[in-house]
Design a protein around this ligand. Structure first.
Ligand code: MG
Length: 163
């Protein structure tokens, strides 16, 4: 489908996963050393899930649960990079490209600043775009609420698709 000259499409994604003992902490496809990991049916990569939902939102094609239901054993322990890759195939099939992605991880722990460049590179690799099209930021919730109590983390993401 040829969409040159069409208005870019924006999408928003949000995801939350709980911290548990005995699981890896994977964010943006990068395993972050930490005493706890994220609970989920797949690898629980909340950052890739939020970005996947943002892209699906821009396509107006539902959400990650529509395409990869956690009731389906096929997605048990799934590598979220594979889910995002298959959504990228939908993007290209419809004639769109990644314009840019901006995400904020809200968590008290672990500190993500030392890992942000590696995470950006990992995401750019999955989206087959340049690192300067990918922004990942980290903030805390000032010790308030479930994030503040380190029960889990939350991620907000937006994605812009261009023709
Ligand atoms: Mg998720």
């Amino acid at each position: 489908m040829h969409k040159k000259g069409l208005t870019p499409r924006i999408g928003f994604g949000y995801d939350v996963h709980a911290f548990v003992e005995g699981r890896p902490c994977i964010l943006g496809g990068v395993e972050i050393p930490h005493t706890k990991g994220l609970l989920g049916h797949s690898d629980a990569d909340a950052l890739l899930h939020a970005i996947t939902d943002a892209i699906l939102g821009a396509l107006a094609l539902g959400d990650i649960g529509t395409h990869f239901p956690d009731s389906d054993p096929a997605w048990k322990d799934a590598d979220s990079k594979d889910l995002l890759r298959s959504v990228m195939m939908m993007v290209r099939k419809k004639g769109w490209d990644i314009g840019n992605v901006d995400a904020t991880v809200v968590t008290e722990e672990p500190k993500l600043n030392p890992w942000l460049e590696k995470i950006r590179t990992s995401i750019a690799d999955v989206l087959e775009c340049s690192v300067d099209q990918i922004s990942v930021k980290a903030t805390t919730q000032e010790k308030m609420g479930f994030v503040g109590e380190s029960k889990g983390l939350a991620v907000h993401a937006v994605a812009l698709l261009t023709a």
